[in-house]
Design a protein around this ligand. Structure first.
Ligand code: GLC
Length: 599
């Protein structure tokens, strides 16, 4: 009995202990679960609100390989040249490089006419060089974004050779053909053709083929599913090698109306409306996303963003699974010839309006590229700043401040970090660009004003942005020991990377500082943007705020003193960066002055 009682008592004690143990376990588990949940919740809320991605936080540096650095003295930049400058690229602080096309090409349009998408252009080197370049970038924490040129190929691509060989070739439908017995095809404008005519007659099969760009760039037929699968497989080939992103060249032109309706004459001005963004485009992008982008952690961006903000948005709305980032030209297109440095080259009010509208359209969903220059534009400081000797330095720094403090991913074109300027060729013989050369021919055969044409091109030709990178004061600016494929800007003695590297106040070192400031402050990447003093015709002022941090950016876009009224008390603000030795006070700004405060 006693034994029994003892057993029961002991059991009770054990039970109590056991119960206590269980209660404790439940209690602590609940705490742990709740903590985990909180962490999870916090994480989710944080990630959700920002939808953080490496490519949103990236600073993209664009390299035009032909003009960057020549390693073998043939006058053409190459991959080994880029490899030799990887430490320089790293020193900029940039985190991704967009490389203009490096594939096999007869170079009618400097590589934008691809004859083999899976090989490297001989001028640029070999696949081993490419692998070494990719590794060298990755070793330095830099991502590599490839340029994918698939609105068209070269006429020397095997697909086109087959396609033109016979009307029954399995490759015939890889391109757009119009059989000549139907008469002449309805007129289509060509951007690069000597006659502005996008249809070229080909006697082999008595038919016309379509080329929106040069005759050597026939447009691929995206309505053909076999072609599309070939393209996706090619993109996976590069992604499998480890590249980190794709920039789709001229892709809005891939979807066109192939019923070929007769269009009103001279639609040059509304090119996108009639020639691009056809119905199929979103389907192609969704398919590309499924077949390629979704399988890798890659950045994806396509040149151009349609006709409207809605178009742009639809391309990059995360829920639609198309592209990651939009690349709209609205602001870039503002700086037009005629333009004089420091003069009324473009309306600052319009400029502010465009960027503010873009920002609000993408504030909740989607993501933007922020850029003002690339390989198709003349030099940034010449177009949007002022390259007169007294203003080149501050205006280049002001533009850097702007591009590095906006919401979106900033892109910087090589050489702009030095404030390189337009070369302003004064004769056609100096030009190399197919667009400029063919347009000159067109003007000549159509009694155009050739002197005016040359003046215009000195301001706007893209060859201005393609002169060799100015490394130092040695022969050819240190670009090449041979004869460069295009002339070097003679101002390399004054504007070059070596000199600027040593000068703490140079444009180059300002660029490095501003990149670092952006990288140190998520507010400059994701923060809310608020435009201030909206109607100020000279100053662009805005705040960026996020998570308790607030920055004020003041930019004088003119060559004159200016004042700004922000209504913000900056007496206690911390001055983070400015492009003069002392920042102006009381809302007054010196010519092209740029200041960033933390409030
Ligand atoms: C894009 C490229 C440009 C090229 C054209 C044709 O606009 O950026 O350089 O000439 O497409 O490929």
């Amino acid at each position: 009995m006693l034994k029994c009682l003892l057993v029961v008592a002991t059991k009770k004690i054990y039970m109590k202990k056991y119960l206590l143990y269980i209660i404790c376990c439940i209690f602590f588990s609940a705490i742990i679960i709740s903590c985990n949940n909180n962490v999870g919740e916090k994480k989710e809320t944080f990630a959700d609100s920002l939808n953080r991605k490496w490519w949103k936080e990236a600073v993209v540096y664009q390299i035009y390989p032909r003009s960057f650095k020549d390693s073998d003295g043939d006058g053409v930049g190459d991959l080994k040249g880029i490899i030799s400058k990887l430490d320089y690229i790293k020193s900029l602080g940039v985190t991704a490089v967009w490389l203009n096309p490096i594939y096999s090409s007869p170079n009618d349009d400097n590589g934008y006419d691809v004859s083999d998408y899976r090989n490297i252009m001989k001028d640029f080197g070999t696949m081993d060089d490419f692998n070494a370049l990719l590794k060298g970038m990755h070793d330095r924490g830099i991502k590599l974004v490839m340029d994918i040129v698939v609105n068209h190929s070269s006429d020397e691509h095997e697909w086109f050779k087959q396609s033109r060989s016979s009307r029954t070739s399995p490759y015939r439908d890889y391109y757009h053909w119009w059989n000549a017995e139907r008469g002449k095809p309805p007129y289509r404008y060509s951007l690069f053709d000597v006659n502005h005519d996008a249809w070229k007659y080909d006697s082999v099969t008595n038919a016309y083929y379509l080329h929106y760009f040069s005759r050597k760039q026939p447009d691929l037929n995206w309505e053909n599913p076999t072609l599309r699968q070939e393209i996706y497989a090619m993109m996976r080939y590069w992604a499998d090698k480890g590249v980190d992103g794709f920039r789709l060249d001229a892709f809005q032109f891939a979807a066109k109306d192939t019923t070929w309706p007769v269009l009103p004459p001279d639609l040059k001005t509304d090119f996108v409306k009639y020639y691009a963004m056809g119905d199929g485009l979103h389907d192609y992008l969704k398919e590309m996303n499924k077949e390629v982008f979704s399988k890798y952690d890659v950045m994806s961006v396509a040149e151009g963003a349609g006709k409207t903000l809605e178009d742009a948005h639809n391309l990059v709305d995360e829920e639609r699974h198309e592209l990651g980032m939009a690349y709209p030209f609205d602001a870039v297109d503002l700086a037009k010839y005629p333009s004089t440095p420091g003069g009324e080259q473009y309306s600052i009010l319009k400029f502010k309006e465009i960027f503010s509208k873009l920002d609000s359209a993408f504030a909740e969903k989607g993501w933007l590229s922020v850029f003002l220059s690339n390989h198709d534009q003349s030099r940034l400081v010449t177009r949007f700043g002022n390259d007169a000797p007294e203003f080149r330095d501050p205006s280049a720094k002001m533009l850097i401040t702007f591009l590095m403090s906006m919401r979106g991913t900033p892109y910087y074109y090589n050489g702009d970090e030095l404030g390189m300027t337009n070369i302003r060729f004064d004769k056609i013989e100096d030009y190399r660009d197919v667009a400029t050369l063919n347009e000159y021919q067109y003007q000549k055969t159509h009694s155009g004003d050739l002197a005016e044409f040359i003046k215009r091109k000195a301001f706007e030709s893209r060859d201005n942005g393609r002169t060799p990178f100015q490394w130092d004061t040695t022969t050819n600016a240190g670009f090449s020991s041979g004869t460069p494929w295009i002339k070097v800007n003679p101002n390399y003695a004054a504007i070059n990377a070596a000199a600027q590297d040593k000068d703490a106040n140079s444009v180059l070192n300002y660029f490095r500082k501003m990149v670092q400031l952006r990288k140190d402050n998520l507010a400059l990447v994701y923060g809310k943007y608020t435009l201030l003093d909206k109607d100020n015709p000279a100053v662009y002022a805005y705040t960026r705020e996020f998570n308790g941090k607030k920055f004020l950016v003041l930019l004088n876009f003119t060559a004159k003193d200016a004042t700004v009224k922000t209504g913000i008390d900056i007496s206690k603000a911390k001055l983070l960066i400015n492009n003069y030795s002392t920042a102006s006070a009381n809302g007054s700004l010196k010519p092209y002055e740029a200041v960033v405060y933390e409030l």
